[in-house]
Design a protein around this ligand. Structure first.
Ligand code: GLA
Length: 364
């Protein structure tokens, strides 16, 4: 009998480019997800199909298939997951997989982490491997590094694995802990695609990471988490990381205290810092932020790595539809052919999907 596992995408409300410097992030899993269904094998290895993209992916079950050579490219995650599991001593049995996703690809909403996490929770459950949620996050991160070569942090995987419905998460990327904080019922979260898709491969992501690692080394600190604003005053990249950490903690305090008026300005300051100091925004991302603010959002910023993809907006929940309609119309007016803008709710963590329970048999 086939079994299915799911993992959500995410938006990051604040705290970008901090995770790989032991910093803080404040993401929430969203109600869009990737599902992996595993059925009995039809061949000697792991065979995978996507419900959305044509093509069949065949991967050796012993982890020897080199991800970079796999086509179509999403199949590199299957090869990466099998190789990552094998390297961790987890045996992968031959099987047939079907992958389906409602997280828009190339949008900065962690469609690839959702795929990697769904794959590793499926493969480790099937192998009865006793991994905790941090071990699973690291295995999914290893999957993604093998599949794409991008040295990403743990933000996306930790979010998918620690999500709590109705809550955002304060992630501490040093202690690897996730504190759930309720999202006030009066607030809504919307996502607007900038119109330009994003890919981390070949982007300046790795370059930024090297720059801030060098800054930490120069200062003699383990990570910029340990640096003060004074120490980084003249280095825009490091300045972003230090200031962003402080903004995340202020955002979390404001949420806990119910001071919702402080949230929007912190998001705007974060966007300005990502644009001016970290240099990962684009004119289209800046435009989407401006449109959200013009049409009634409380705050907005690019979310995730930048270089294209989506922005996230915070809205009064009962104004969400109105803001989305106005922003969509404005994007169409400036020539976006198919503007993508939607509301998201804080979703559930990665897990096996419980099979639907059939209707109870009639009494008597
Ligand atoms: C991508 C990476 C994350 C994180 C963000 C920026 O989403 O996968 O690890 O670094 O960019 O915050």
């Amino acid at each position: 009998m086939p079994r299915t596992w799911r993992a959500p995408g995410r938006v990051n409300l604040i705290g970008d480019h901090t995770d790989y410097q032991d910093g803080y992030c404040l993401p929430m899993a969203i109600d869009r997800e990737c599902r992996v269904t595993v059925a009995a094998p039809s061949g000697p290895g792991v065979r995978a199909r996507s419900a959305q993209i044509p093509g069949i992916v065949d991967v050796a079950a012993d982890g020897t298939t080199e991800p970079a050579g796999v086509e179509p490219p999403w199949g590199r995650f299957v090869a990466g997951a099998v190789a990552a599991c094998t390297a961790a001593g987890i045996r992968v049995a031959p099987s047939d997989l079907t992958v389906t996703s409602t997280v828009p690809a190339g949008s900065g909403l962690s469609s690839s982490a959702a795929l990697a996490v769904a794959l590793v929770v499926a493969l480790t459950d099937l192998a009865d491997a006793p991994l905790d949620r941090i071990g699973l996050a690291r295995l999914a991160q290893d999957t993604e590094v093998r599949a794409t070569g991008v040295p990403a942090g743990l933000l996306d995987q930790m979010t998918a694995l620690h999500a709590v419905p109705g809550h955002v998460l304060l992630l501490d990327c040093r202690s690897l802990t996730a504190e759930p904080i309720p999202l006030p019922r009066s607030l809504g979260v919307v996502v607007v695609h900038s119109g330009r898709s994003r890919t981390l491969v070949g982007s300046a992501y790795a370059e930024r990471r090297t720059e801030v690692e060098a800054a930490a080394a120069r200062l003699g600190v383990a990570a910029l988490r340990d640096a003060t604003e004074d120490q980084v005053r003249d280095d825009p990249r490091a300045r972003h990381v230090v200031a962003e950490n402080a903004r995340v903690l202020a955002f979390a305090d404001a949420l806990r205290a119910g001071h919702t008026g402080e949230l929007g300005p912190l998001m705007l300051a974060s966007h300005a810092s990502l644009r001016d100091d970290y240099a990962v925004s684009t004119p289209e991302l800046d435009r989407a932020v401006a449109l959200l603010m013009e049409h009634g959002a409380l705050g907005a910023r690019l979310t995730g790595a930048g270089f294209g993809g989506c922005v996230v907006g915070l809205v009064q929940r009962n104004h969400g539809d109105d803001v989305l309609a106005k922003v969509t119309r404005a994007l169409a007016t400036v020539g976006e052919v198919d503007p993508l803008a939607f509301a998201v709710r804080p979703g559930a963590p990665a897990a096996e999907v419980t099979p639907e329970v059939g209707a109870a048999p009639p009494a008597g």
